[in-house]
Design a binder for this molecule. Structure first.
Ligand code: OOG
Ligand code: MG
Length: 260
């Protein structure tokens, strides 16, 4: 291995984000980097964002759907962190001047009414801790050139986090069939992809349970009030400033990123 440490890797990824320069994956040089150490790098990265004034507001899942796993060539879901600075007000264009090569993906978002702590959480118990359900649209922006990475790299890079929008329309989980909830993704009004909630682990609540159980292995829980982004339902779509993007959910409503 080159002289990588958890801290130097976190600084490296943070600099890539701040300078808007893509980099080669850590595992090109740090061959023995594993997922657990990837999480330590992610923690160090988030600690720096918090020290700079950001507040942690929740969790995001990555690679929970087959569409995403196949595209990225990684078949293991992962957890990452969202902060207040990542959330865009509804109706805001993408902040292209800060992004390297953004892609967008529709997600079902939970706001937790109660703490959720693994291990042993199942989908039913997970859903019982949910307060409200919302339509979401996540803009991802890997710091790695051409989105080329292995699992430990993408964990370290906080699952390619950039920003996201959450619809203000709130639904109670009891009034929804989330496995059947359909979303249509459109670019400039033209459909490019569609999926249902079943795409993420069979049910978004199963994805939430997976997050609680995975976080428990790091000694963490999901506190009440947290946002949980349950993972891209479709393959992510490349973004460009002249285009508008909509995710039209059958029941949860539409979220939009207008042309920038
Ligand atoms: C990893 C981020 C994955 C999701 O919802 O699957 C993610 C990537 O695709 O770059 O946010
Ligand atoms: Mg995502």
């Amino acid at each position: 291995m080159a002289n990588w440490t958890v801290d130097s890797a976190a600084e490296f990824l943070l600099a890539a984000e701040r300078n808007r320069t893509d980099v080669e994956p850590l595992t090109d040089e740090w061959i023995e980097l594993d997922a657990a150490t990837g999480h330590l790098i992610q923690d160090a990265l988030i600690a720096r964002k918090v020290a700079a004034g950001e507040a942690v507001t929740g969790v995001k899942l990555g690679l929970t759907s087959r569409a995403k796993q196949e595209r990225m060539g990684i078949d293991s879901p992962l957890t990452a962190v969202v902060t207040d600075a990542m959330q865009l007000p509804e109706g805001t264009p993408a902040p292209y001047s800060r992004l390297i090569h953004p892609r967008i993906e529709p997600e079902i978002v939970f706001v937790m009414a109660r703490d959720l702590e693994g291990p042993g959480v199942d989908a039913e118990a997970a859903l019982a801790a949910v307060g409200t359900v919302h339509a979401g649209f996540e803009i991802i922006d890997s710091r790695y050139r051409d989105f080329r990475f292995r699992l430990p790299d993408v964990i370290a890079d906080n699952a390619s986090s950039a920003c996201f929008v959450v619809s203000g329309r709130a639904f109670s989980p009891a009034e929804l069939d989330l496995a059947a909830e359909e979303v249509v993704v459109k670019v400039d009004g033209v459909e490019v992809d569609r999926a249902t909630g079943a795409a993420v682990q069979g049910h978004p609540a199963a994805a939430l349970a997976l997050a609680a159980n995975a976080l428990a292995r790091q000694g963490k829980r999901i506190p009440a009030g947290s946002l949980v982004l349950t993972g891209g339902l479709t393959d992510a779509v490349a973004m460009a400033p002249g285009s508008s993007f909509t995710a039209e959910f059958a029941t949860l409503g539409t979220v939009e990123i207008p042309a920038g």
